[in-house]
Design a protein around this ligand. Structure first.
Ligand code: DC
Length: 229
């Protein structure tokens, strides 16, 4: 059967990755969490004390970065590897979250990320989530979904996720971080977060995971049928 490209874009913590992963599992497609790539680059910059306002330092550091997704038998999900090290847990830390929007706004970082993401989609059969996937990475994707959720619900979801790992975290910190990232991601110069003109809105504020998956699967079938016709 002919395979397609599915993109999911939207604000932070609106459940894009969860839906993208479910969808990829159902369709037997590859799932790529593009945010994990920017998070891994940010971790590398922080560890190496890269001054990301200096283009030469950024280019040098990017030349030292190898990103790779590897399947984890225990979780049944793909983990992010940075230079052969599993950094899946580390990149979800608040420290990385605090800087990732700034780092991912840098032109050279975007070019680096986008080129690798486009390569991953060459054979199609991919579900990728992020901020600019339907607009910049795969402007010709067959199905583009723009995921939204009520801001209060997004903060609650993210807080629950982070609280499990760090009971000292406060809801205020999470709220401030989401607001800051949404602002930077939407207002940056290079490929800002935008809804692609041909993307379909999916507001999952009051939906269960099963409900949102069912809708996305229906849209996928419709797009596949259109492609065949
Ligand atoms: O999806 P996430 O919250 O893990 O993404 C982390 C950050 O990475 C997000 O605040 C903005 C950036 N990002 C981006 O600029 N472009 C993407 N395609 C994905 C993420």
């Amino acid at each position: 059967m002919q395979q397609i490209i599915i993109t999911l874009d939207g604000y932070s913590s609106c459940g894009k990755s969860t839906l993208a992963r479910q969808l990829a599992n159902e369709l037997n497609y590859v799932f790529i969490d593009s945010g994990a790539m920017y998070r891994a680059i940010t971790l590398y910059f922080l560890r190496q004390h890269v001054n990301w306002n200096n283009v030469r330092e950024v280019n040098k550091a990017l030349g030292e970065v190898t990103l790779d997704f590897q399947y984890n038998d225990h979780t049944g999900q793909s983990d992010m590897f940075l230079n052969d090290e599993n950094v899946e847990a580390l990149i979800r830390d608040m420290l990385v979250s605090e800087h990732v929007s700034e780092v991912s706004a840098i032109k050279e970082v975007r070019e680096f990320g986008v080129a690798q993401q486009q390569k991953m989609g060459e054979k199609k059969g991919i579900v990728m989530d992020g901020r600019d996937i339907g607009t910049t990475v795969f402007p010709n994707a067959e199905l583009k979904i723009f995921v939204t959720a009520d801001p209060t619900i997004r903060v609650e979801r993210r807080f629950k996720e982070l609280f499990r790992k760090n009971p000292n975290i406060t809801i205020e910190e999470v709220k401030n971080n989401l607001e800051m990232r949404d602002y930077i991601d939407s207002n940056r110069e290079f490929s800002p977060l935008r809804k692609a003109a041909d993307a379909i809105d999916l507001d999952n504020s009051n939906m269960t995971r099963e409900e949102q998956l069912a809708i996305a699967l229906r849209w996928t079938e419709e797009k596949m049928a259109e492609k065949k016709a």
